[in-house]
Ligand binder design. Structure first.
Ligand code: MG
Length: 156
């Protein structure tokens, strides 16, 4: 077994689409990014890559590369999982935590889990997604950004 952790932050911006864990969320703001800004899938991708000892998402899919402009982060996750499988590892379990003061993410949890599992090519029972606030503290608490953590266990 190998374990990996991923962390990512994106700044909020009015008028952008909000996509979290491959799921479009109804909201008056979104996240600035070169890609679709899916902070949750970026954290998850980094956790998976980290567990396999591969370079991080920023090195493999650089934001200076036009190929990833407005990219669907599910495609990035799919490619990362393919690289991990190539090295002989299979995702055993992943757990994602999204930190956002707003919007309320509870109605989207199952959809987000299914979308993440779909991109990873695993059964949804192998993925968990949850959301929390930071009690109005710091950059997530005042709504300047959304953060996400993820851990992933790989089986050799
Ligand atoms: Mg990112």
């Amino acid at each position: 077994m190998r374990i990996g952790h991923g962390y990512d932050v994106h700044r909020t911006a009015p008028g952008r689409r909000l996509v979290l864990c491959g799921t479009e969320i109804e909201c008056e703001f979104g996240l600035t990014a070169h890609s679709d800004g899916d902070v949750a899938l970026h954290a998850l991708t980094d956790a998976i890559l980290g567990a396999a000892g591969l370079p991080d998402i920023g090195r493999l899919f650089p934001d200076t590369d036009e190929a990833w402009k407005d990219a669907d982060s599910r495609d990035i996750l799919r490619r990362a999982v393919a690289m991990v499988r190539e090295k002989g590892f299979e995702p055993e379990y992943a757990d994602v935590t999204i930190i956002a003061e707003r919007p309320k993410l509870a109605p989207y949890i199952e959809k987000m889990r299914d979308a993440a599992a779909g991109a990873m090519g695993v059964d949804p029972s192998r993925v968990n997604v949850k959301a929390t606030t930071e009690e109005k503290l710091g950059f997530t608490g005042c709504g300047e950004g959304i953060a996400a953590h993820a851990v992933c266990l790989l089986r050799e």
